[in-house]
Design a binder for this molecule. Sequence first.
Ligand code: BGC
Length: 763
Amino acid sequence: MKKLCLLGLLVSLASHPVLAETAPVPLENKEAFISDLLKRMTLEEKIGQLRLISIGPEMPRELIRKEIAAGNIGGTFNSITRPENRPMQDAAMRSRLKIPMFFAYDVIHGHRTIFPISLALASSWDMDAIGRSGRIAAKEASADSLDITFAPMVDISRDPRWGRTSEGFGEDTYLVSRIAKVMVKAYQGQSPALPDSIMASVKHFALYGAVEGGRDYNIVDMSPVKMYQDYLPPYRAAIDAGAGGVMVALNSINGVPATSNTWLMNDLLRKEWGFKGLAVSDHGAIIELIRHGVAKDGREAAKLAIKAGIDMSMNDSLYGKELPGLLKSGEIEQKDIDNAVREVLAAKYDMGLFKDPYVRIGKAEDDPADTNAESRLHRSDARDIARRSLVLLKNQNDTLPLQKTAKIALVGPLAKAPIDMMGSWAAAGVPAQSVTLYDGMRNVLGDKAQLVYARGSNITADKKVVDYLNFLNFDAPEVVDDPRTAQQMIDEAVNAARQSDVIVAAVGESRGMSHESSSRTDLHIPASQRDLIKALKATGKPLVLVLMNGRPLSLLEENQQADAILETWFSGTEGGNAIADVLFGDYNPSGKLPITFPRSVGQIPTYYNHLTIGRPFTPGKPGNYTSQYFDDTTGPLFPFGYGLSYTSFSLSDMALSSTTLNKSGKLDASVTVKNTGKRDGETVVQLYIQDVAGSMIRPIKELKNFQKVMLKAGEEKAIHFTITEDDLKFYNAQLKYAAEPGDFNVQIGLDSQDVKQQSFELL
Ligand code: BGC
């Protein structure tokens, strides 16, 4: 095998007489430098640059280094420390052309310090906090020698059955697009070439969040208007913000896999959007073209992928195996390979790696003695950001905040769950460093606190689900059952509740339930935990539910049973402290839902900005022959944009500066928001617009802007939004992006349903 490679190298050296004859072009001129380098490369070296491999603990390090030194690997992912990556970069520096490697990783919501999951970050509606989480993640990841992250993940998700809902920023195009931009800028800083920046690689391009039925990896079938209007803008926002990379999705789009989709990667991404960066396939996606049924064998799969515009192949060997033969037979052209290599080299150039291959690896003497050292974490930022992401869904009779002197029963399988606290895709986070809810409450209350703990139930009593969740985690299973019977655990919890003034129950999903390949048909809290909640409710003690989950759940019954509900998602390393801050009133909750909570799974999809229909259901009117399900109340349980506070806010009527808007003009929409309660607090003032009649049916409303404002008790503030023609544009049937003259409704509210409205006309 090795001999063959060497032979191949000699043959191609002989057939490239110019190789290594002229002096290299200086680094300053990027285009010339890369073109010159490309000319010096053999075919094998070029194909080597297109290979991105995962480094598992079991892989033979020596062999990998030899391959790198032979020019056969362009980058790795999952090797995440300086001592691990330095020898690989050394090997690259021993290669003929010394082309540096890059080191990638899934830094999604933090690196060593784990921030709340993306859906939770979105719940903060706080762009500074979200940006801060991304910047810290970039600092921590780059300090561990990483050059690029497969993030942000900006797939719009309107079907909570999909497990990766947790990984994205929710259902709304505008909100997700704003966050996409903030995240790219946070990761890449002033430039992705800087030592404390990492390159952002937006994913999953495209439309992965719309997999049919919410079942992971399923097909996506969508009209072009819906794509352009609702699903594509967040990727575009990331690219316009300068994202250096794109990860291509595993799903198909209208019958063509994204990985072989020339329209997607060539016409749309590169030609229409002007993207010049690196396109990486998702894990094993090229070989999956065979299973999709568009390639008859590996050779055809490799051909389709390179022709469509996949530059780097993640963890499959087809490019290496098939591209030389495809080139020889004329099925692909030299330029197909060269274009891909050029983009890999350009990305490495932009990461600053040609200037200094060790820019993030640094010197061995500066390596941290302990990569998991406490001093490397950013705990206070993590706590601050986490508390901003918590959403208060219910607070009957001011059950919350809790008295610090109260006797509290803390129950539930998620009360002492350090792994779950981190959420899925927790990068290099260490469970032992995450603060559980129990720890967090203890930290507030001290040792003498009257806090009684009982587990109360297992995550689920369904053994098949436990086995599914523990698949691949045989050494240290994530979901560990308490061997006691369900009744024994419930009895213990009820006992604890009876001795207490108030019950706090930490319930929901284990983190693996909201993850890749974790789609659900049922959005209830698992039955074992619902039995526990029922028994707790029967004690008559005030019941606070602290929810941990990575998607909207069906909470109809729990909403009736609980006195207070705090949605905490999976809130990261400092989650327990952040939740305790809110439970005890040291922080006034200000989060708002970035995704609608349905009443039941049967209502899906429930996103707020659906298109207007001819027979809408109208509350208070007879329901027959209107659009609804007759066996349940129409509408969501908790709407998009919803979230309570420990104080109350009122909104004045809206003032519009004019009832008409000229195409080049501006309109001011304003309300006065007042904190009418007794505590200082923050809220999110949201602006929605509806195009009343257009050339196509338009949504009932669309978020167009928002402001998060802090108001002292009793304080009031005028909030102004500027509306221009740009806010009224949409993609019409010809995919032309333009505003159409006519009537518009403007709504301002503290959620998407309870709003003040005015109207104007676009002239
Ligand atoms: C996921 C990607 C991820 C990749 C590498 C895939 O299974 O779909 O989101 O970046 O693995 O870890």
